[in-house]
Design a protein around this ligand. Structure first.
Ligand code: ADP
Length: 160
């Protein structure tokens, strides 16, 4: 049986922290779908289409990774794709409580779909899309935090 995992998130924009999780997940699962969700509580700077394009450019070297979007519930999306798993990354303890809540809700909604957590690589422990946006807004150098197309897109966004 082919194993499919969904790697959901806002990806506003994708960073090396996300890519590390996607890459490691793609070694364990036969197919990984990176799914862009509109997070209502976040105010994105990139449109969903822009985010998808940036992710596609950043994961093109992984043949079993594809990119998609959904505006519904994550668990419904995972079910519709016949996914076995959801992959999430964990950085600090601060991620833990939020992830616990979401995971237990998802398990209640569909106990067949497992959520897998991967610890961030140490070098990305403090890396988030928000930090990258904050730095880029003030022309900070983010070249070691995001792939080149994202760096370019951030520059364009903040010089408009
Ligand atoms: P969300 O709005 O769902 O939190 P994000 O795009 O912020 O979406 O994050 C998507 C996933 O990637 C989450 O599981 C998050 O914990 C993980 N993630 C984000 N940054 C990192 C990082 N630096 N290292 C490991 N995982 C990360």
């Amino acid at each position: 049986m082919s194993r499919l995992a969904i790697c959901p998130g806002s990806f506003d924009p994708i960073t090396f922290g996300h890519i590390d999780i996607i890459k490691r997940g793609s070694k364990i699962f036969d197919h990984v779908i990176v799914a862009v969700f509109k997070n209502q509580s976040k105010n994105p700077i990139f449109t969903v289409d822009e985010r998808i394009r940036l992710i596609e450019e950043s994961v093109k070297e992984y043949p079993n990774v594809t990119v998609d979007t959904s505006s519904g519930l994550l668990i419904d999306y995972a079910e519709s794709k016949n996914a076995q798993a959801i992959i999430r990354g964990l950085r600090a303890v601060s991620d833990f409580e939020y992830e616990m809540q979401i995971t237990s809700m998802n398990r209640k909604l569909n106990p067949e779909i497992e959520t897998f957590f991967m610890m961030t690589n140490n070098q990305y422990s403090f890396l988030s899309s928000s930090i990258v946006k904050e730095a880029a807004r003030y022309q900070g150098n983010v070249s070691d935090l995001v792939p080149e197309p994202v760096e370019k897109a951030l520059k364009e966004k903040f010089t408009k």
